[in-house]
Design a protein around this ligand. Sequence first.
Ligand code: SF4
Ligand code: SF4
Length: 430
Amino acid sequence: MKARKGKFFAKGIHVPDNKEWSKDVPIEVMETPDIVAISVQQHIGKPSIPVVNAGDEVYMGQLIAKEAGYIGANVYSSVSGTVMGVEKRKNINGTLSDYIVIQNDHHYRKVDLEPLADRESATIKARIREAGIVGMGGAGFPTEVKLSPRTPVDTLVINAAECEPYLTCDYRLMIERTEEVAAGIRLLAKALAVDKVMVGIEANKPQAIALFEKYDDMQVVVLKKAYPMGSEKHLIFSCTGRKVPVGKLPADAGCVVQNVATAFAVYEAVECNKPLYERVLTVSGKGCVHPKNLLVKFGTNFSALRENCGAKPEAAMFVSGGPMMGPAMASTDVYTTKTASGFLMLLPEEIDVSEPEPCINCGACADVCPMNLLPMQIDFYTQAGEYDLAAKFGGVANCISCGCCAYVCPAKRALTQSITLCKQKLSERR
Ligand code: SF4
Ligand code: SF4
């Protein structure tokens, strides 16, 4: 079906995409270290409950932690070997979680899920839940829950924008595993019981656009290159022209959004009986000697990624995910998860370490905010410890943490940190 142009939202920013270093590098399977540490908290929701003990022999693809409740996700072993124990280890953001530590025997003896009897909606959804699939674009929301909206929907929107600079893992999946991604998209549509499928791809990915245009059952929408085009609300508007009301969910506009890596994981779970225990991620940045797109088993230490791709001595900052929303890492001695889409090694010229200065009330942050918020007010009241006022006058509840405001602030205010702190404080109070 011939691609059509998407609508464009007024705000947001234009950042250099820096995808040239990794976009033409084929996906490579990374060798997994001798020890993996697999987090029981790789999703939004309660931590999963370990079902293995120290000394147990496990297979690759064996359930090692069971979902705990409605918004939960199963966790599977990414290697075969011996469980060393369940230990507290650091997450990327510095907090602690339980990790199932496994000595990898490097034999990769695997166990599959049972083959499915049919491809009906309920069967596909149950398989997605069983396989532990969550939104792999970063949010980590259990996919099966998202496929069961409370209000009726008529459109599946596939987020193939990959608008975060540097990241190319979804793009490589789209051009190397096109049929499988398309099959995953059809399974998602079947699970949702919708006929209308839109695949939103930014204009800077012409090869992916050409490949998906050949399918008659999905409409490719060519999106203007802008950040944050991949935000659910903006993607829905660009693809369908529908607006998601403030404080509402995509389903309230008749849509569900899923990303490319999630569609690929759904294909593997349904058609190959493979639970989710590995993913493709991008390693890049000017501080990286060999930028790559790597297929990585969950629980792989980021230091092993650093060694595999090489870090230049001048690399001054390491980031998990993309540079706009991904957290800077205090240490690379942490482990990959279902939502880790990138690992960036950045040189001083790619980062801004200026000290923040007082706000000059220029309004630039509000001018670019794609959610029409007042970031300077959120910052002002948060710094004063007045979190309710930050919510009332700044609108922090509707913030999508895109980082556009901080990117343009001439005073180098740490706006995203203020916003994160404010959200945390309000959430703790709830
Ligand atoms: S206030 Fe939130 S939504 Fe608005 S630009 Fe800043 S981070 Fe993005
Ligand atoms: S962009 Fe920075 S300096 Fe300008 S109003 Fe916003 S916080 Fe203040």
